[in-house]
Design a protein around this ligand. Structure first.
Ligand SMILES: CCCC(=O)/C(O)=C/OP(=O)(O)O
Ligand SMILES: [Mg+2]
Length: 403
């Protein structure tokens, strides 16, 4: 049968790695083996886990070792849903000491049973009308406690800067002063007014919130009202809900996954699940079109090699469309050339603080990013381009140019 192969990195004093792998392979599949009668073993064999490679990576002075073990799980043991996948490969085991899930090899036929991104990079670009350059997204910073008219002003100020997308901050759940529906309707009108001035379209990524059982209908409603994308706190709600939204043909709007809470899964070196799986593989499998995650050089960082592994999982070879990455947190215009070097053009420059903290205000913040992207894709040094753009010059004076 086809196997899902999980790779675990663990710290242990027991150097008999195969014994540990066998106990996992049996324990998380058929339960027990050697004490079963032959007839039962023959019946259960297709469902029994297998042991793959095992290797010692390092020996510690205290006598423990850092090791990796591989365990295979028959695909027939589970259904093509992420709750089934995670519970099978790292359910009870996730609580069993210093062990981290660092790799997940999935058979292609199993992958194809998941929706994957509905739009992907090409679809998002086509929908937003942006080709040949990174997209620019600004983040609402003040939102909680603001009445709708103030929010519309905040939206307009960002839109006038020429950004392509404006997203809610992921913390915006409160609906007392402005429901998501009211925000979408009001911002669509504001965007039309701004387009008359700037000649540029701007899309709104509304935070999809509310009780789980209402999310599908609300997603359809927000899309019908003109939402440009649905921002979704996948790890607070659950990956299976993302899969349902992505698979729903009535929701014809890109889904933007936010990494909130994901740090509780990937950040610990000896526990949890690797960032490339959490922020890359699982989000693409479940169908995120855009994935926001900590950039390698922002204020909330991922280690460079982890960030590269996430990017590989989001855009590498797969039966599914590639996701559009949005490396985030602490991003400012001076980083755009480095971002272009590391990400190519298929990514989103995503910023909040460097938009609203710009000395000239949020409109100038957006203009600085627009100028920085234009310069970077033309190969012009930022400081040279800044001579023709006061907002960019101010941003460089404030935050510098990253090398
Ligand atoms: C990795 C998540 C980043 C995020 O949610 C956010 O709001 C970033 O804002 P700035 O760091 O650009 O101010
Ligand atoms: Mg945020």
């Amino acid at each position: 049968p086809d196997y899902i192969v999980a790779t675990y990195r663990l710290v242990t004093r027991d150097k008999d790695l195969r014994k540990r792998a066998e106990s996992i392979a049996v324990g998380l599949t058929v339960g027990s083996w050697t004490d079963l009668p032959a007839a039962r073993q023959a019946q259960l064999k297709p469902y029994c886990g297998t042991v793959g490679e095992t290797r010692i990576l390092a020996e510690h002075q205290d006598g423990s070792i850092l090791a990796e073990i591989e365990v295979g799980y028959p695909v027939r043991n589970l259904t093509p849903r992420i709750p089934a996948l995670l519970t099978t490969v790292f359910g009870k085991l996730s609580m069993d000491g210093d062990i981290k899930l660092v790799g997940l090899r999935l058979p292609e036929a199993f992958v194809r049973q998941f929706p994957g991104p509905k739009f992907g990079v090409a679809g998002v670009r086509q929908r937003l009308g942006v080709e040949g350059r990174p997209l620019i997204m600004s983040i609402f910073k003040s939102c909680i406690g603001m009445p709708l008219d103030a929010l519309v002003e905040h939206f307009t100020e960002q839109a006038l800067g020429g950004v392509d997308l404006i997203k809610d901050d992921e913390i915006f759940f409160s609906e007392q002063l402005a429901t998501p529906e009211a925000r979408v309707a009001a911002y669509v009108r504001a965007a039309e007014r701004v387009a008359g001035t700037t000649g540029r379209k701007v899309a709104y990524a509304v935070n999809l919130t509310g009780p789980t059982y209402e999310l599908r209908d609300r997603a359809r409603r927000l899309a019908d009202l003109g939402a440009g994308a649905l921002l979704f706190n996948v790890f607070a709600y659950g990956l299976d809900i993302l899969q349902e939204l992505a698979a729903d043909p009535a929701i014809q709007v890109p889904i933007m996954a936010h990494p909130a809470v994901a740090g509780a899964l990937y950040a610990a070196p000896r526990h949890g699940i690797a960032a490339s799986i959490v922020l890359g593989q699982l989000l693409r499998l479940a169908g995120a079109d855009i994935v926001i995650y900590p950039s390698p050089y922002g204020s909330v960082t991922l280690a460079k090699e982890e960030g590269a592994a996430v990017l590989g999982a989001l855009r590498g070879p797969s039966p599914h469309k590639p996701c559009l990455p949005a490396p985030s947190a602490g991003i400012h215009p001076g980083m755009v050339p480095v971002l272009l070097r590391d990400f190519g053009t298929d990514f989103i420059v995503n910023a909040g603080g460097a938009i609203h903290g710009h000395p000239g205000g949020a409109t100038a913040g957006g203009q600085a990013f627009v100028a920085a992207v234009q310069a970077a894709i033309s190969g012009r040094p930022l400081r040279e381009a800044a001579q023709a753009s006061e907002p960019l010059a101010q941003a460089i004076a404030r935050w510098g140019v990253a090398e």
